[in-house]
Design a protein around this ligand. Structure first.
Ligand SMILES: [Zn+2]
Length: 284
């Protein structure tokens, strides 16, 4: 009986050894890609890890990977139901990780009125706007080294949420553009803080026509935050900011109907929902 058990154990050990031996070369050849944190949904994001010394693509577009194999990806408000991560090892072997992107129910308001045509923009506005958009695009195109993308973001300000990301009005079938950020209503002059570390890439000292005094923070890896309608800015272009640092004050400069902080987050061209980066709003 003892001999039988010994024989069985020896057999088991041998087959385990064969399994490990056959598993090892495959594991070494295929770079593993893992999602470590995030919200795989429209307007959401993910942080992940992959084998070092390899390249990564999301739906065919290259994604930067840091020295330790860390990466950040995100999904636009109107992203489709699936995405594909594809990694290539230094050896040339590839692996894929299919992602399912959950759809959201956006707050849609149907208004039984024609869309307001608004005053025709005059030449002066168009000229100023073109210059402002050029500044915004140039700022977003910078890729400043920052580790902010690794952090769990914190609320820049607490208060009543007066506008949600993705909400949209439809005027007799004509869809207006959706709301691209999170609005937090507080009186003008209340300070707000950086939600994560970053580098200031734009500080509109002269108020922009729509955004007013605008602050753009680069969190690294293509992730950035925009803060609109400020009454004051505490930081300037090139400054490094730390999570929790007061960077400006709430206001209603530019096109705003009342004092509030409008906070938008983008990863490259993808517009993201700030609420998906945050925990519950702190009380008090
Ligand atoms: Zn807003």
């Amino acid at each position: 009986m003892i001999t039988d058990r010994r024989a069985a154990l020896a057999g088991l050990s041998a087959s385990l050894g064969t399994l490990l031996a056959s598993a090892r070369p495959i594991a070494a050849a295929v770079p593993p890609i893992a999602i470590l944190a995030g919200k795989l949904t429209q307007g959401g994001w993910a942080r992940g890890q992959m084998a070092n010394g390899s390249s990564l693509k999301l739906d065919g577009a290259p994604v930067p990977v840091d020295r330790s194999g860390g990466f950040f990806i995100a999904f636009d408000r109107d992203a489709g139901p699936s995405a594909m991560l594809a990694g290539t090892a230094a050896s040339g072997s590839t692996t894929t990780l299919p992602l399912t992107i959950a759809p959201r129910q956006w707050q849609i308001e149907h208004i039984n009125l024609p869309m307001r045509p608004g005053a025709l923009p005059d030449e002066e506005f168009l000229r100023r706007r073109a210059a402002e958009l050029a500044q915004i695009n140039a700022a977003r195109a910078q890729n400043r080294p920052s580790e902010g993308w690794r952090q769990a973001m914190t609320w820049p300000l607490t208060g009543r949420l007066s506008g949600r990301f993705g909400s949209q009005r439809i005027y007799r079938g004509m869809a207006a553009s959706y709301h691209s950020g999170l609005d937090i209503a507080r009186p003008a002059g209340v300070p707000f803080a950086a939600p994560a570390d970053g580098v200031v890439v734009l500080a509109a000292v002269q108020a922009f026509t729509l955004e007013g005094h605008l602050l753009l923070i680069d969190h690294g890896m293509g992730l950035n935050s925009a803060f609109l309608h400020c009454s004051a800015l505490n930081v300037g272009v090139g400054d490094t900011v730390r999570q929790g640092q007061a960077i400006g004050r709430v206001g209603m400069t530019g096109r705003a109907t009342g004092p509030h902080l409008h906070w938008s987050i983008k990863w490259r061209a993808a517009k993201l929902d700030p609420l998906l980066f945050l925990g519950a709003m702190p009380t008090g």
